[in-house]
Design a binder for this molecule. Structure first.
Ligand code: 2NL
Length: 344
């Protein structure tokens, strides 16, 4: 009996060692320690033994069972550890690899310019006003001294929706609305950025839709020198502290006198280059003293109040400031163009 038990132990431990996966190991456990296994059988047959043999064989059988169980447990731990290591190996991540870059957007160049100009005029005490893009012919034309038969009102130049509704051709109607809102008895300092529409054929310098910023200042005793001071401040903040400006006589229906405003060329420092067409000056905006008819129509008494106004094309400013050669770049949404102007 003793030999049989010792042989069983040796055989079982050999099988445990041979088991190379958890299922095989479980099979060994069932085969040797299960209810139908040889150890159970020995213990069941104890009754047939003599009283002297019984405790000796009983103790040995228990030891053998324990030895086999310990061997099974040890092997189980080994196999589980190996399985875990294999899994970790398979799922290993190299945390030192660089991540994929995240592409972020940014404001459109035109938006950035509008915001820059807004900041600059807010700093001079102007307020920012917006208004509708679908306008009445009254606010878009009539209130701005463009009477019924004025050539600028031609169907050829304006997108009409009905006889009296149109897509605004300038942002000045916002200013006409503000003058009316202010009742003819309050000073106004405002700028109005926005999209405007003209029936133009699109090319490198024309677009049927573009962006304008207009400014209006109305108060008592406003003079041309006030206009010049504000425009000089604006030009130096936007184009550089060393810029000069000059005013040339011009014509707009809503201002009298009217001027066109040039700034010294930054590219050649006034010496003459292709950008300034060898004049040393670049035209940046139109301006003038608000026409007395415009004041009167919106409820301001030209004997009491005077004012100046100016208007600029934002695309033109952007093209000059950044050397953009085609206005269509602003609308075709090619990320290679647009992303050049995103700040890092
Ligand atoms: C240009 C010129 C200009 C104005 C706009 C204006 C508005 C009111 C009264 C008087 Cl309510 N004037 N606006 C005046 C002069 C020029 O724009 O070249 N724009 C792109």
């Amino acid at each position: 009996m003793r030999e049989k038990l010792e042989a069983l132990q040796a055989e079982a431990i050999e099988k445990v060692q041979q088991a190379d996966n958890l299922q095989a190991l479980q099979d060994v456990r069932v085969a040797y320690l299960g209810k139908k296994g040889p150890i159970t059988e020995v213990l069941r047959g104890m009754g047939k033994l003599s009283p002297e043999e019984r405790p000796v064989i009983g103790e040995l059988a228990n030891k053998v069972r324990e030895a086999i169980a310990t061997a099974l447990d040890n092997k189980k731990n080994l196999l589980e550890e190996a399985a875990l290591n294999e899994q970790l190996q398979k799922e290993a991540i190299d945390v030192t690899l660089p991540g994929r870059p995240v592409k972020t957007g940014g404001p459109h160049l035109l938006t950035s310019i509008i915001e820059e100009v807004e900041d600059l005029f807010l700093g001079m005490g102007f307020e920012i006003k917006e208004g509708p893009e679908v306008e009445t012919d009254y606010f878009n034309f009539e209130a701005l001294n463009l009477p019924q038969d004025h050539p600028a009102r031609d169907m050829q130049d304006t997108f009409y929706i009905t006889d009296h509704l149109l897509l605004r051709t300038q942002t000045s109607p916002v200013q006409a609305r503000t003058m009316r809102e202010y009742n003819g008895d309050k000073a106004i300092k405002m700028i109005c950025p926005g999209i405007v529409y003209r029936r133009d054929s699109d090319d490198a310098t024309h677009s049927h839709q573009f962006t304008q910023i207009e400014g209006l200042l109305i108060d008592k005793n406003v003079r041309m020198s006030d206009l010049k001071g504000v425009l000089l401040e604006f030009s130096r903040k936007l184009f550089g502290a060393d810029r000069e400006i000059r005013l040339r006589p011009s014509f707009f229906p809503f201002t009298e006198p009217s001027v066109e405003v040039d700034v010294t060329c930054k590219v050649c420092d006034g010496k003459g280059c292709n950008v300034c067409k060898h004049t040393g000056w670049i035209e940046i905006l139109g301006a003038g003293m608000v026409h007395s008819n415009v004041l009167r129509m919106s409820g301001y008494d030209p004997e009491e109040y005077s004012g100046f106004a100016f208007g600029m094309g934002v695309e033109r400013i952007a093209m000059l400031k950044y050397g953009v050669d085609d206005i269509r770049h602003f609308y075709t949404n090619d990320v290679r163009f647009l992303s050049q102007y995103h700040k890092a």
